[in-house]
Design a protein around this ligand. Structure first.
Ligand code: C2E
Ligand code: CA
Ligand code: CA
Length: 716
């Protein structure tokens, strides 16, 4: 090569290599390819660069000692001394003053790219060179040092992060053509997408993902980054979720970071299942139902109704002995299946109109629910609920067992309750607890009368609480007389509540309420105190020698301290145990293992008498009487009052008396209102009579005179 050809200073203005006084940058280019040198000079000249070209590396090194350049472009492959060596020599020679060096390499020559960075090059370009890309890179490299420094750091950081990350990434050019890939083979189900160097990203993904990627891509071009783009396949066999993030990376390169979120997604799905689905039936749970209603009710359409049907399988657990846990699960699955059939689009349309949709949930083991949203009317809804209830009541065949489910439905709708699903659920449950007469005995609808009853009950609860605290309740006493002599042989203590606001409230009303709101044990203790104090007050009078019967609830009797508390109270007042009788209902007796029975046994051993109250209305299993601590049976007053009307009542009364005689139990008839009732009972062999005929419940001082007047009435 002639020396004249060694250097060519080129610029569009035809300037020479003298010190550049304009703001144009000076570039040194070393390449052994003459045509490339010419091309480069012209192309970069258009971008306002002055280019000095040299044909080899040694010349390039020489030039840098005499002249200042803003950047140097070195061909990787040159004879004698290649671009990499030149680069490293210049680095060590010029140190901090070395201008940024770009090395040009062959396409897809990844090894050269790595080497370029190793020897300290600031960047690289592929040959054939895209001049716009090169100009962009130069522009970046020649930025003022402060911003360049920052960008440099950033880029180094990015490099470090990427090489440290186990995640996958792609490098793309501005046409979305993939120029480098990393880690993509580790992505899940890569059969459904394939990222390959040289192909356009949009061709690598499924058709429905293209538009999502395009959106992200456009955001990237506008803002420099895309935000996350999700590629997902939710089918059960090949689920995957990839999160793609596009960021600008070096001039004209775009980095696509691929985050495999499949595991995360599956875990989330599992958490959702556990949090919102019933694991046995796959139906939604309470929260899911509430969310469903909230999501489906239109905020704009105020005419739209919603409703909740709540079903309780009353005999659900009764089937456990026969069918086991698996049987109970099968029942639940069956009920949910039926509800789902009733919730089908077609069926809802038929009953509740086109716009109605529904959702089935399992609330607890024995409780299910259906949420409904649509423009239905209340009477259509009630018809739907009644027909559903009838269907659920049909016998169910389960593994050769025929099962009848005893289901109650509570119904609450937005016209009565409002559109809050949690409140609808509550109202449906309250409707079952405070039944109203208007509906069948298994379908209960929430309406104004239920609301009124709830309000009354809430008030009553408040007053009862207050009056128990202040001991404002008192006892009435009803005589029990011998069926033949009509002499006073016992007294039953009956609780009375005269409420300031409500007047006299029947114990049949406030005692169940006290049970419901947890006041029963307190109330029961109060009764015991009042009665024992009364016995002390009667001491020395004729009444003082008569045994008094106290009604005790199962919940009080079943407490651990019942026996010793009563013994202590008796002791403190010096009262003989034979003066005390306890009246308990049959239901307390059925579970032979429970605490209440053990307590009764101990009480009986101490001399306290035990009567079974309301006998004949409960379980009436005569056989259990043999093994239980029982002294007396009280024939329920419903039999007594119908004894001349209903032959069945008479038969039951007879049977009870016979059983009592066989087991040597005292038999008491309660609710005796007429002399004919009394005579019939006496003739059947009943021992003791209690009722309005022989004496109403009265204040303590009147007990004796009541009994005497009964005696008088019977004699006359
Ligand atoms: P019970 O133990 O069966 O009490 C008998 C009920 O029948 C009493 O009603 C009494 O007033 C009523 N009665 C008595 N003779 C006649 C009659 O000839 N005709 C009619 N129609 N009724 C008669 P009361 O006092 O309203 O009590 C209702 C229920 O409340 C009681 O039924 C008992 O289960 C419960 N109860 C009352 N006092 C107490 C108590 O101190 N503790 C507990 N745990 N329960 C009580
Ligand atoms: Ca009683
Ligand atoms: Ca009774």
């Amino acid at each position: 090569m002639k020396s004249g050809e060694l250097t060519e200073i080129t610029s569009n203005a035809g300037e020479t290599g003298e010190k550049n006084t304009s703001s144009r940058y000076k570039i040194l280019l070393a390449d052994d390819d003459g045509s490339f040198r010419t091309l480069a000079s012209h192309a970069l000249g258009r971008f306002e660069y002055d280019v000095l070209t040299v044909p080899d590396g040694l010349e390039a090194i020489k030039r840098t000692t005499s002249q200042h350049f803003d950047a140097i472009l070195l061909d990787a492959k040159m004879p004698v001394i290649d671009g990499f060596e030149v680069c490293s020599k210049l680095q060590s020679k010029l140190g901090d003053h070395c201008p940024p060096i770009i090395i040009s390499t062959g396409l897809e020559d990844d090894e050269s790219v790595n080497r370029a960075f190793e020897v300290g090059a600031a960047d690289y370009v592929h040959k054939p060179v895209n001049w716009t890309v090169l100009a962009g890179k130069l522009k970046y490299l020649l930025m003022p040092p402060s911003s360049q420094h920052q960008t440099n750091l950033l880029e180094k950081d990015i490099h470090r992060v990427i090489s440290a990350s186990t995640g996958a990434h792609l490098v793309l050019d501005r046409e979305a053509v993939i120029t480098a890939v990393n880690g993509v083979t580790a992505l899940p189900h890569s059969a459904t997408y394939s990222f390959k160097i040289g192909s356009c990203l949009f061709e690598c993904v499924s058709r429905d993902s293209v538009s999502k990627i395009l959106d992200g891509w456009q955001r990237l071009l506008k803002l420099g980054e895309s935000g996350p783009v999700l590629l997902a396949n939710h089918d059960d066999t090949n689920p995957y979720v990839l999160e793609l993030n596009f960021v600008e990376f070096r001039a004209n390169s775009i980095l696509c970071l691929i985050n495999d979120c499949t595991g995360h997604y599956l875990a989330e799905q599992r958490i959702f299942d556990l949090a919102f689905l019933d694991q046995t039936t796959g139906a939604g749970n309470r929260e899911h139902l509430i969310n469903w209603v909230n999501q489906n009710i239109s905020a704009l359409d105020v005419m739209e109704n919603c409703a909740v049907l709540r079903g309780q399988i009353k005999n659900y657990f009764d089937h456990e002995i026969r069918l086991g846990r698996a049987g109970l699960d099968a029942i639940a699955v069956h009920v949910i299946d039926r509800l789902n059939q009733w919730c089908s689009e077609q069926n809802l349309q038929k009953y509740l109109g086109e716009s109605t949709s529904g959702f089935v949930a399992r609330l607890t083991e024995d409780e299910v629910a259906m949420g409904l949203v649509g423009n239905f009317n209340v009477s259509a809804l009630e018809k739907f609920a009644q027909d559903l209830l009838n269907d659920l009541g049909r016998p169910l065949d389960l593994d050769a067992n025929t099962i009848l489910l005893d289901i109650e439905l509570g119904l609450a709708d937005s016209p009565h309750v409002g559109r809050n699903p949690a409140e609808l659920l509550n109202a449906a449950s309250l409707a079952m607890k405070v039944p109203n007469k208007a509906f069948s005995d298994q379908l209960f609808c929430f309406n104004e009368s239920v609301r009124e009853q709830i309000r009354l009950q809430a008030n009553m609860e408040r007053y009862l609480h207050r009056d128990i605290e202040q001991c404002q309740l008192h006892m009435a006493y009803q005589p029990k007389v011998d069926a033949t002599s009509l002499k006073l042989v016992g007294i039953e203590a009956l609780l009375r509540w005269n409420c300031k606001e409500l007047g006299n409230v029947s114990p049949a009303v406030f005692i169940p309420l006290a049970e419901q709101c947890g006041l029963m044990s307190q109330l029961s203790q109060m009764v015991v105190q009042l009665v024992l104090d009364q016995l002390v007050a009667w001491r020395g009078t004729a009444t003082g020698e008569i045994p008094v019967a106290i009604n005790v609830s199962g919940s009080h009797l079943g407490t651990n301290n019942f026996v010793c508390d009563l013994a202590r109270e008796l002791n403190q007042r010096d009262i003989e145990p034979h003066l005390i009788e306890l009246e308990v209902t049959e239901s307390v007796m059925i579970d032979g293992q429970n605490r209440a029975i053990k307590n009764l046994q101990q009480l009986q051993e101490q001399g306290i008498k035990i009567s079974v109250d309301d006998f004949g209305t409960g379980y009436s299993s005569f056989s259990y009487l043999r093994s239980l601590p029982v002294d007396a049976l009280k024939i329920d007053r419903s039999f007594v009052q119908n004894i001349h009307v209903d032959p069945k009542a008479l038969a039951i009364a007879k049977a009870i008396i016979t059983v009592g005689q066989e087991l040597s139990l005292v038999v008491i008839a309660e609710g005796v209102e007429t002399i004919t009732q009394l005579e019939t009972l006496r003739d059947l062999g009943c021992h003791i009579i209690q009722g309005f005929f022989t004496g109403r419940p009265v204040m303590p001082e009147e007990v004796i005179s009541e009994a005497e007047s009964a005696l008088f009435a019977a004699a006359s």
